[in-house]
Write a protein of this length. Structure first.
Length: 200
C-alpha cells in the first residue's frame, strides 16, 4: 500500500511498482491509510511522513501499538539524522529521502519483502513436485532436489504464481537483488535449469 498525499508522486510510484508486478492500493491521507492497513490485506506500506489528517509518524506508531508487523518504508524530504531516528523509533523499517531514484525504492521494497516472516509450514505443490517454504526444501516424487538459491527462488516464484505469465523483467526484479541484476538472457537459462532439475 502506498500512502502519499502528493497525487503526482503517488501515481508515478504506483505505476512503476505496477510495472514490476506489484499490486498497489493508494491512500492520500493518514486516516484512510490506517483504515486500509488495519484490514490486514497488505504485505508492505510505503508511507509518506507528512500527511493530512494523520501524519506518518503517528500512523506508524498506531500500527505498531496494534501489533501490525508488516514492513513500513518511510518517504520524506527531511534528511537529518534526528528525523531518521524519529521515523525508525516510530516503527518504520526503512527510510528513503525525497527526491529518490525509483530503482533505489524498488530495491528497498524487495529487501523488506525478503525479510517478512515466512508462513508457518507453508507448502507449494504441482503434481509430484513439493516445496516447503518454511525449511526451503524441494522434493520431486518424494526425492529431495538439490537446488542453488537462485533455482529455489525461481521455483518458488513460479509455484506461487500458478498459471500467471511472468515477464523476464518481473522475474529479475523478484529473484535478483538490485546490485546483482544480470542480463535478461540469464532468466531464460535459469528457467531451463529449473526444468532440467525437475525432470531429473
Amino acid at each position: 500500500m502506498l500512502i502519499e498525499d502528493d497525487v503526482a508522486i503517488a501515481k508515478a510510484v504506483a505505476e512503476d511498482l505496477g510495472d514490476k508486478g506489484y499490486t498497489v492500493e493508494m491512500a492520500y491521507d493518514g486516516q484512510t491509510g490506517l483504515a486500509f492497513a488495519e484490514t490486514g490485506l497488505f504485505v508492505l506500506i510505503v508511507l509518506d511522513l507528512t500527511l493530512p489528517k494523520l501524519n506518518g509518524i503517528a500512523l506508524c506508531q498506531k500500527l505498531r501499538q496494534q501489533n501490525l508487523s508488516l514492513p513500513v518504508l518511510m518517504l520524506t524530504a527531511r534528511d537529518t539524522t534526528a528525523d531518521k531516528i524519529v521515523g525508525l523509533d516510530a516503527g518504520a523499517d526503512d527510510y528513503i529521502i525525497k527526491p529518490f531514484e525509483m530503482s533505489e525504492l524498488l530495491a528497498r521494497v524487495r529487501a523488506l519483502l525478503r525479510r517478512r516472516p515466512l508462513p508457518f509450514a507453508e507448502t507449494l505443490t504441482w503434481e509430484k513436485l513439493l516445496l516447503r517454504v518454511d525449511s526451503c526444501e524441494t522434493f520431486y516424487d518424494g526425492i529431495i532436489l538439490r537446488l542453488t538459491p537462485k533455482e529455489y527462488a525461481l521455483l518458488e516464484l513460479f509455484l506461487k504464481n500458478g498459471s500467471r505469465i511472468l515477464t523476464r523483467q518481473c522475474i529479475l526484479e523478484r529473484v535478483w537483488t538490485f546490485d546483482d541484476l544480470p542480463a535478461e538472457d540469464t532468466v531464460t537459462q535459469s528457467k531451463r535449469t529449473c526444468a532440467v532439475c525437475v525432470r531429473s
